[in-house]
Structures are given as structure tokens and as C-alpha cells.
Design a protein around this ligand. Structure first.
Ligand code: NAD
Length: 488
């Protein structure tokens, strides 16, 4: 049965739902209406102290369980998410302004799949033994780290939280998670589900509140052994410096300014479909979004026409309707930031091909919407082609040769992903190798396989998530060599 949203969304500490000890509260706003729908516990160091104590008490018994036994809890949690997909989707859509179709069909099922994936993976995550001669056993254990912090952003709240806590828990760690203060609802509902699944108290703790407050306290706490962070590059850089001072393990998944490169020999219809999804799904608030569209000069006009045609039927509006393609952006401040980039682009001489303004789905709407916007005419050094706008804004650039496409693609400080469209396998191979990115798609975009490494280079991150990478991050290797006298 669906849970009623509490007036004050509580923390989840030691298996209990608790308000912030010092009474801190934040308003939580629904982006599609601009209305406050609840308040959020704004945690402080007092709550963190409780969570550390609960986590440390739970850790030995959790780590001592056989992997199969830990996996059973995770499978149960995944099943309970699957059994409540419409509820999770409604909560996420209200909290973030996301179009419900994508949340219901992709993101919530993905969260369950993430958890199920690591429940199975841990069963196969074997220790290695090394042949070392007679009378010797030499083997490497992968032990859990202890208390770990999982900090997630607002753009895929449940999916990205599950992507961190699942490997951490599967590997035998205990977790203190800090979801974004802008989108806490599905993390709260997940904590209810963990309780229902019988997850032992203290194994997963969820502290809500501001990044600069409880987030900062969490990353700085001496008993937190590792920080798994997804969010903006500036925050990531700060977390890296705090982690470095205390020699904590840190994994950073950060921003992107990803190129989608279309060569003249590509299947242009398919490339245009992908470019629209890469540019405007989730209102462009995807780290992997294709916000820079590099198009070979000879097909530029033709390809531009294909994009504009598709946007004629792109539905911007009420996120709770299944026919909606694009809902609201996360906040008023974020809408103003996006519109500020568009104004600056115009002042720099850009031509707005479509969009470019805020939008009201109804006359009295107070929600935060931005039209899907295509821009052309700016050099690759311009801010709109260099900085992460994180909104429904795609800038078109042209190139004449493969080396020029590569130069433009590699011109930003980011290096998360790239999508290359060509029928020429040699070119696909050369470009994929030379592009500075952690993930390259050829003739597709955002096709994910949970076994593969996920992450960026340059200022897009440090380390990789996914597959064995996350399990390696959340464990410490210990090599043990035992030698004895006498018969082997
Ligand atoms: P953000 O950096 O503002 O916040 C992310 C999280 O960090 C939030 O929970 C926030 O409360 C917390 N935080 C903020 N300051 C902190 C501090 N000093 N100490 C500890 N925690 C702190 O990012 P955002 O605006 O929530 O998310 C958008 C960004 O995330 C974009 O740049 C996007 O590209 C990036 N992102 C990256 C990936 C990826 O996998 N590479 C995925 C999704 C989003």
C-alpha cells in the first residue's frame, strides 16, 4: 500500500525514522507547481553521531554474513521496489518535475535492477589465490571498508542512490547515504522498504539535509572510510581535497559537456532521434546528455531540419501525464541559470533556432519550465559550448574533417561520454580511441550494461562505477601468505 508523505520527511537511522535532533527543517518544492509539499529534516552533526554509532554497531554482523545471505536482503528490497513502481514513479516525478513515462518505464525499474545486479555480483566476486609453491598458501581477500558515505544528486535520485548503496552493502559495508536535499522523497520511501525487507537496523542509514551542512560533516568524519559521490565538478573537487587530507578512498562521478558527432555517412534519421533524446530527455539534466551537437558541414541543413521537425511533436508540459516528453527543471534558481546561459549566448551572437524561453503549461502555472532550445552560430570556445548548462539547451556546431571534429570534441575540460554517428567502422574506431571520454557510444546513445565501467576522465570524474569496479572500490585488498614447516 502506498505510504502517505510525512509532513516532515525523517532521517532513517538505526532502523528508526527520526526527525533531525536539533529540529532543522528545509522546505521541499515540487518543480512542476512551484509549491512546497513537505518539509525535510535538515540533519546536523548530532544526527551524524547517531548514524555513525548505529552503523558501526551493525557492521561486524553484516560483514560476517555469507554473501548469499546479504544478497537475500538486497533481492527482497529490489522486489519491493518492483512491487511499488507506480508509487515510486509518482513520488520521483513530483519531487523533480520529471516526465512520468521515463521514471515509470526506465528509472525505477533500473533502481531495482541495480540492486539485483549487485546482489548477484557479490556471489561471484571471488577472492584470488596465487600459486606460490609447496607449504605456502598465498591468497588475497577483499574485505569491506566499514562505514562508507554515499552522496547522490537530484537528477536521478533513486537510480543513482541504488547504484551506490547496492555494491556498498553487497560487499559488507554499512552505509550512511545523503540524498540531494532537492529530491529526498524516493530515498525516504526506500528507507521504508528496507525496513519492510527486514534489513538489519543500522546497515543502511539515510541522513537528509544540506550539502554544505550534513554533507560536509559526513565527508569530514574520521570514521567514514570512503566517499562515493555523484554530483557537480566543483563539489567533487572539494570532496577530493577533504578526502585527500584524511586519505579516504574517494570515487567521483561529475559533470559532462558531451559531444554527439554526426558524420555525413550516418543514418541521419536514427542520429536525429538519438540527438533529441540526448539533448532533451529529463529536460537535458543528464550528466551524459548530448549538449554539443557536432554536424558535418555537408549535411548540416538537412540534419537541422530533421531536428526541428522532431521538436514540433515534442511534448513539454505536465510531468504527470504519460504523453509528456519533458517536464519541469529542478528549481527556480536552476531555471534562471539556464535562461541566463541562453541570454548570454544571444548576446554573443547566437541564433536561437527554436525555444529559448521559459514556459507555462497553464496561465496560472508557477512551475519551472524551459522550452527545448536549439542554438547555432557560436564558436567552440563560447561558454555555451564549454560549460555544463544542465538544461534543455543544445548547441549546434559544424566541422569539415575528422580531425576538426576530434579537436572540437576534445576542446572542453570535461570528458564523460561521447556519441559518434558514422557507417565507417575505421573512422568509428579511430574516433573512439582518440576522444577524451570515459564512455563512447557508436551509432547509439546511453545504451547501458551494468557490467561495464562507468565514469569520466578530465574534470568529469575520478574512478569508475559499475560491474566489478564498484565492488573493488567498496573493498580493500589484503594479501595473506601462510607458510608452514613439514609436509605440504
Ligand atoms: P551538487 O554537487 O550540487 O550536489 C550533489 C550532492 O552533493 C547533493 O546531495 C548535495 O547536497 C551534496 N553536497 C553539496 N555540497 C556538499 C559538500 N560540501 N559536502 C558533501 N556533500 C555535498 O550536484 P547536483 O546539482 O545535485 O547534481 C548535478 C550535477 O551532478 C551535474 O553536474 C551532473 O553532471 C552531475 N551528475 C554526474 C553524474 C555522473 O555519473 N557523472 C550523474 C548524475 C549527475
Amino acid at each position: 500500500m502506498a505510504s502517505k508523505i510525512p509532513e516532515i520527511i525523517p532521517n532513517y537511522i538505526g532502523g528508526e525514522f527520526l526527525p533531525a535532533k536539533e529540529g532543522g527543517k528545509l522546505d521541499v518544492v515540487a518543480p512542476a507547481t512551484g509549491k512546497i509539499y513537505a518539509q525535510l529534516s535538515n540533519s546536523s552533526e548530532a544526527d551524524l553521531a547517531l548514524a555513525i554509532q548505529a552503523a558501526e554497531s551493525a557492521q561486524p554482523a553484516w560483514a560476517d554474513l555469507k554473501p548469499e545471505e546479504r544478497a537475500k536482503y538486497l533481492f527482497k528490497i529490489a522486489d519491493l521496489i518492483d512491487a511499488n513502481i507506480p508509487e515510486f514513479a509518482n513520488l520521483e516525478s513530483m519531487d523533480t518535475g520529471k516526465a512520468i513515462r521515463f521514471v515509470e518505464d526506465i528509472e525505477v525499474p533500473r533502481a531495482a535492477a541495480n540492486i539485483r545486479f549487485y546482489a548477484s555480483a557479490i556471489i561471484h566476486f571471488a577472492s584470488e589465490s596465487h600459486a606460490a609453491g609447496a607449504n605456502v598458501i598465498n591468497f588475497t581477500r577483499r574485505d569491506p571498508l566499514g562505514v562508507v558515505a554515499c552522496i547522490s544528486p537530484w537528477n536521478f535520485p533513486l537510480h543513482l542512490l541504488s547504484w551506490k548503496i547496492a555494491p556498498a552493502l553487497a560487499a559488507g559495508n554499512v552505509v550512511i547515504a545523503k540524498p540531494s536535499e532537492l529530491s529526498p522523497l524516493t530515498a525516504w520511501r526506500l528507507s521504508e522498504i528496507c525496513q519492510e525487507a527486514g534489513l538489519p537496523a543500522g546497515v543502511l542509514n539515510i541522513l537528509h539535509g544540506e550539502g554544505g551542512g550534513i554533507g560536509e560533516a559526513l565527508i569530514s568524519h574520521p570514521r567514514v572510510k570512503a566517499i562515493s559521490f555523484t554530483g557537480g565538478t566543483a563539489t567533487g573537487r572539494h570532496i577530493a581535497s577533504v578526502g585527500a587530507a584524511k586519505l579516504k578512498k574517494v570515487s567521483l562521478e561529475l559533470g559532462g559537456k558531451n559531444p554527439l558527432i554526426v558524420f555525413a555517412d550516418a543514418n541521419l534519421e536514427k542520429a536525429a532521434d538519438a540527438a533529441i533524446r540526448a539533448g532533451f530527455q529529463n529536460a537535458g539534466q543528464i550528466c551524459l546528455c548530448g549538449s554539443r551537437l557536432l554536424i558535418e558541414q555537408s549535411i548540416y541543413d538537412k540534419f537541422k531540419a530533421l531536428l526541428l521537425k522532431r521538436l514540433e511533436t515534442w511534448n513539454l508540459g505536465n510531468p504527470s501525464e504519460r504523453s509528456t516528453d519533458q517536464g519541469a527543471v529542478i528549481s527556480k534558481a536552476h531555471r534562471e541559470k539556464i535562461l541566463g546561459y541562453i541570454d548570454r549566448a544571444k548576446a554573443d551572437g547566437a541564433k536561437i533556432l527554436t525555444g529559448g524561453k521559459s514556459y507555462k503549461p497553464s496561465a496560472d502555472s508557477q512551475g519551472f519550465f524551459v522550452e527545448p532550445t536549439l542554438i547555432e552560430g557560436l564558436a567552440c570556445e563560447n561558454a555555451i559550448n564549454q560549460e555544463e548548462v544542465f538544461g534543455p539547451v543544445v548547441s549546434l556546431q559544424t566541422f569539415k574533417t575528422e580531425p576538426e571534429a576530434l579537436r572540437i570534441a576534445n576542446s572542453t575540460k570535461y570528458g564523460l561520454s561521447a556519441s559518434i554517428w558514422t557507417q565507417d567502422i575505421g573512422r568509428a574506431s579511430r574516433m573512439s580511441k582518440a576522444i577524451e571520454a570515459g564512455i563512447v557510444w557508436v551509432n547509439c546513445w546511453n545504451v547501458r550494461d551494468l557490467r561495464t565501467p562507468f565514469g569520466g576522465v578530465k574534470e568529469s570524474g575520478m574512478g569508475r562505477e559499475g560491474g566489478w569496479e564498484s565492488l573493488r572500490f567498496f573493498t580493500e585488498a589484503k594479501n595473506i601468505c601462510i607458510q608452514w614447516e613439514g609436509q605440504a
